[in-house]
Design a protein around this ligand. Structure first.
Ligand code: NAP
Length: 485
């Protein structure tokens, strides 16, 4: 009998998923693990998104690592900086940073005979037995294709590139976009700046979500009785997974009807002016675009110093935004809340697999893998949040832990079975992608709207099944679906 071999593993990204992967890999006995992180600090999306009003938009007690319950969340939906502090705290407790190489963007990975040769911006990093990407989905900012962007004389930036320390009091602020990000910014800024203009191309459905503080007595109770904290987590997860997530994939029609009712009632009760209400009423199904959860948006946009601009934008000029009706909206600060390219995933990194083909080539017609974690032709390559991962279905931390758990079983097989490579069979991926194709028409994402779930080829990038299927699929790999050598 041969003894298990030592594996050298590269993790790409020190966000919430990459950190978790490192902690759990160490726990499973893998000591030679390095995280490559392109930025200078950890935290991923919570490091990048520092705009006013940034908060979690699922209740925070449902957003935590399973191994780091947190009785201290200050609000039902904790502010972004608090979530970043939570991640830093977990990283410190687990001595994560000793394994992180900051300022190192992975630019290339080539597979040869059971090893990945990895190169970062500072040069070749040698060979690895396995690579695990934890690069997130929402991190390549998209700027609008509007003429005149370079002419604007004030401050202009994307929401994920917020200008720290910028004083907004007394300023005229314009925000382009009406996604979750713009909605949170509106709640924070409307009424607090000299004038606030929100440029809306498409209205959004918004469900109310209480965001208030958590009383000290509640926190004390959670501290004293961890089982209460756990049951609160389970309650929130159950609400989300069996109602919201099931509703949007067509598996719980009653919950879907309720969701529609709640969104419509929210709009009707909060916005009494019929003209404004008409402007804020979407012309597509609830949940087709990622549902927005906000308690304060409708109030904020009705503040006397706030304006919802629905006239299309003609161009950006030195002094502000010119709309098609000829009006110039004068601005001191212009914010692009125009979202992200969510289909790029870990690229522009160049990844060359088994038969010499790159991921760019294999994914030329859209990203496809096997169960969102592996790709045929790319042995020992594991992804958190790969193609058709649940994105916007379940809590991201829960999704990431489950996908990692699945990847870990494969990595352990490499080690314990003394294997050189493990790769999904092409037929297994085809079967999975066929199931995805068959399920997508039953989801609300396919009901006719433009959203970041849909790529330029019309493929829908999310997980079109229930939480129960996700749990079952991630529990244990179907070993027959893999080639092992
Ligand atoms: P988004 O949902 O993709 O929204 C982008 C917005 O920009 C849309 O309203 C879009 O309008 C508009 N837009 C894009 N190009 C435009 C143009 N040329 N002219 C006018 N408008 C334009 O992006 P996001 O708000 O950053 O949110 C992305 C995702 O991040 C969310 O769905 C959510 O999953 C996540 N997020 C989470 C949190 C949280 O948990 N705290 C907070 C923020 C975001 P159209 O609809 O017409 O395309």
């Amino acid at each position: 009998m041969t003894s298990a071999r030592e594996l050298r593993i590269a993790v790409v990204g020190a966000g919430a998923s990459g950190m978790m992967a490192l902690i759990k890999l160490r726990e499973a006995g893998f000591d030679d693990v390095t995280i490559y992180e392109k930025a200078e600090t950890l935290g991923g999306t919570w490091r990048d998104n520092r705009y006013p009003g940034v908060t979690c938009d699922v209740p925070s007690h449902g957003y935590r690592y399973s191994f780091a319950p947190n009785p201290e969340w200050s609000h039902v939906c904790a502010p972004g900086p608090e979530i970043l502090d939570y991640l830093k705290d977990v990283a410190a407790k687990h001595d994560v940073e000793r394994s992180v190489r900051y300022g190192e963007e992975v630019v290339r990975a080539d597979y040869r005979d059971g090893k990945w040769e990895v190169e970062t911006t500072s040069g070749p990093q040698g060979q690895f037995d396995a690579v695990l990407t934890a690069t997130g989905v929402l991190h390549h900012p998209t700027y609008p294709d509007i003429p005149g962007r370079e002419d604007f004389e004030g401050e202009a930036f994307h929401t994920s590139r917020w200008k720290d320390g910028l004083e907004l009091e007394g300023k005229r602020v314009g925000v382009i976009g009406t996604g979750s990000t713009a909605t949170q910014i509106t709640g924070a800024l409307a009424g607090k700046v000299a004038h606030y203009s929100l440029f809306q191309r498409t209205a959004q459905w918004i469900a109310p979500l209480p965001q208030g503080p958590i009383p000290e007595e509640q926190k004390a109770l959670f501290r004293e009785k961890p089982e209460l904290l756990q049951s609160e987590y389970e309650r929130i997860s159950h609400e989300n997974n069996s109602k919201f997530a099931a509703a949007i994939v067509g598996a719980n029609p009653r919950a879907y009807e309720k969701l529609v009712e709640v969104c419509k009632e929210h709009l009707e009760t909060k916005v009494r002016d019929p003209e404004l209400r008409a402007k804020l009423t979407p012309d597509y199904a609830v949940g087709c675009k990622r549902l927005i959860l906000s308690e304060n948006f409708y109030d904020a946009i009705q503040h006397p110093d706030a304006e919802l601009v629905t006239e299309p934008i003609e161009r950006i000029e030195a002094k502000g935004i010119r709309t098609k009706d000829g009006r110039l909206h004068e601005l001191d600060v212009l914010v692009y809340a125009t979202g992200f390219n969510t289909h790029q995933l870990m690229r522009p990194m160049r990844v060359r697999g088994q038969d010499g083909r790159t991921l760019d080539e294999v994914w030329a017609e859209g990203n496809r893998g096997y169960l969102a974690v592996t790709v045929p032709g790319f042995p020992n390559w594991f992804m958190i949040g790969g193609p058709n991962s649940p994105i916007g279905n379940f809590s991201w931390l829960l999704t990431a832990e489950r996908q990692f758990g699945y990847a870990l079983r494969l990595i352990e097989k490499l080690r314990d079975g003394n294997l050189t490579e493990i790769v999904p069979k092409k037929q297994a991926a085809e079967r999975f992608n066929e199931e995805v194709r068959a399920a997508l028409p039953g989801t609300v994402w396919a009901t006719g709207c433009k959203s970041w779930y849909i790529d330029k080829h019309g493929n829908i990038a999310s997980w079109p099944f229930t939480f129960e299927k996700f749990e079952a699929d991630m529990k244990e790999p179907r070993w027959d679906d893999f080639e092992m050598a």
